[in-house]
Design a protein around this ligand. Structure first.
Ligand code: S5P
Length: 276
């Protein structure tokens, strides 16, 4: 576990150079939550209803906006309003994986206009470093108004059985992140990646990538399609800064109670790993 994992979010916020990460840590500290709900529902009404009910207990909402059957401007306006109301960030789990020219269009334009409303997006580095450069160019463009409030997570590992996002792929993810610290704010991974050694791009003393861990569930070990779960305690002890739970929360009999439970367990596990 890295030394940063042993620091409180507030202390990390104070010395972090990235404005979006500072905001994320400040939200976590203020609301005492490291929970990200993966709101994988399929209508705008369900999504906004979940966001409003779970808003007080989460730091981030993670969306798959392309699974909504009725996406419209109302979806975006509603999400943005709820993010303000409850003080959470929006993470669109788009997993970009294409050449730079295509991902720029997918990120900024199209029907979804992701760059306008999602604080955080993620990508695979399968296409090479150019994907990160392309997405970064979009937010650094002179006429892009939300530049300081946008960040990228690199999908460095996956939770599904037989995942090929391992070994050299994961090492390259870390190397590319280290070369783009302005824009790459962290990883989606099952553990902290601070132990990744690279002669080419060694770890620098002041780097502080944020670790988002998916596949978190309190009551299940996996699903029939290869998903593999760990508990909030396990994820956080392996270096997760934020735990992402989908069905464990939104498919529970009482999603609000479930969110509170993940919040409590996530927060206790975070406190337990702080330097005493
Ligand atoms: O490796 C991964 C990466 C992601 S982003 N494994 C995942 O499961 N995810 C996403 O996390 C996935 O797309 C889904 O939105 C969520 C997990 O949902 P759950 O219902 O299994 O908790």
């Amino acid at each position: 576990m890295s030394s940063n994992s042993r620091l409180p979010y507030g202390a990390r916020a104070q010395k972090h150079p990235n404005a979006l990460v500072r905001k994320l840590f400040e939200i976590a500290e203020a609301k005492k939550t490291n929970v990200v709900v993966s709101a994988d529902v399929t209508t705008t009404k369900e999504l906004l209803d979940l966001a409003d009910r779970l808003g007080p207990y989460i730091a981030v909402i993670k969306t798959h906006i392309d699974i909504l059957s009725d996406f419209s401007q109302e979806t975006i306006t509603g999400l943005k309003q709820l993010a303000e109301k409850h003080n959470f960030l929006i993470f669109e789990d788009r997993k970009f994986v294409d050449i730079g020219n295509t991902v720029q269009k997918q990120y900024h334009g199209g029907v979804l206009r992701i760059a306008e409303w999602a604080h955080i997006v993620n990508c695979s580095i399968l296409p090479g470093e150019g994907i990160v450069e392309a997405l970064e160019q979009t937010v650094k463009a002179k006429d892009f108004p939300y530049g300081s409030e946008r960040g990228l997570l690199i999908l460095a590992e996956m939770t599904s059985k037989g995942s090929l996002a391992t070994g050299p792929y994961t090492v390259s993810s870390v190397e590319i992140a280290r070369r783009h610290r302005d824009f790459v704010v962290g990883f989606v991974s099952t553990r902290a990646l601070t132990d990744v050694q690279s002669a080419e791009v060694p770890r620098s003393e002041d780097e502080d990538f944020v670790v988002f861990t998916t596949g978190v569930n309190l009551s299940s070990k996996g699903d029939k399609l290869g998903q593999q779960y760990q508990t909030p305690q396990s994820a956080i002890s392996r270096g997760a800064d934020f735990i992402i739970a989908g069905r464990g929360i939104y498919a529970a009999a009482d999603p609000v109670e479930a969110a509170k439970q993940y919040q409590q367990q996530g927060w206790e596990a975070y406190q337990a790993r702080l330097v005493q």
